[in-house]
Design a protein around this ligand. Sequence first.
Ligand code: MLT
Length: 393
Amino acid sequence: MNYANLKDSYLFYGIAQKTKAYQKANPDKHLYRMGIGDVSLPLAPTVIEALHRGVDDQANKATFNGYMPECGADFLREAIAGYYKKRGIDIAVDEAFVSSGASDELGDILDIFGHGKKVMIMEPAYPAYLDASIIAGNEIIHVESGKENGFLPLPEDAGAADVDLIYLCSPNNPTGAVFGKDKLKKWVDYANRQSAIILFDAAYEAFIEEEDVPHSIFEIEGARTCAIEICSLSKTAGFTGTRCGYTIIPKELERNGMNLNAMWVRNRTSKTNGVSYIIQRGAAAVFTEEGQKQIKENIQVYKQNGKNLMAALDRAGVWYTGGKNAPYIWMKCPKEMGSWEFFDLILNEIQVIGTPGEGFGKCGEGYFRFSTFGDPQDTLKAAEMLEKLIKEL
Ligand code: MLT
């Protein structure tokens, strides 16, 4: 019956349906897709070569692989631990779990906490946190944020809630806001005091530009006793259609005498047969020197999209945040419009698709999100059209 407590449809599914209906009614119109954060550039050449080699391995008896280890192949777990090491963070190889992506994992991880937990969600928030928590039969504590706190709620905004789980996302989806070390430390201290677990969504860490912004919660002292970090190669390396991510669960993490790392091993060994060998080969290539160089070139293209869009919003006099350390721009709808009203307006007038802020929680009403992962030509054209339309309102 938990499903009866969900909204009728998932945000991005609903938008896709609306967009499809519009395209069907207007088959000659080109759509400018800046809604869901889906990448538009192909995988890095190094990754493609590794995928091809993986296919060839599966064609030969001597190199063929059957079931993969449920928690990930050693070669990929080592590459992930090495990636943290380069950033000065010590992660043991068996603290890194390979997954098929962050969206799967952010919900699946709830398995080890049971039902009826108190889950704190900072809003506006990626809607999968809420839906997965409702499906798991948890109680939701909504913590709202807004312009006044830069969309970065702190424990003092949450009150003294007695909470089990806390979803945090930095760089944030949808607002693009980032927690600095001091603010993140407040959450880590709060979680340790409450014996809560932070589920830290680091899917956008590769977009951070500013020097002192933490890429990982494990840069913060005390995080190893209260945090699980969930990351994805979707946005970092264009794996939205390829599917691979990773989850870090420190071995110190215990609650009620139970070890969470050991519980996740138990869960994965029962519930999955691992990510495919070929995909893990491609993922490991992301962490090579060449792979890192190539994915950064793609990220720069998306960053240029963001700059073009921000420049257009500046010229149109629109308030926005994000875009700098994140691939999302979060803007105030013009003329006090509602977020779905603005969605309909730009779809019908200029065929630009974005995401209504309300879809990320009540306090997102009146705001709108653009993804900067779109095609560069399309994003440039959409930015020009948006500027003109907003100026004419
Ligand atoms: C988004 O647009 O918020 C994300 O791309 C959706 C996702 O990662 O599932």
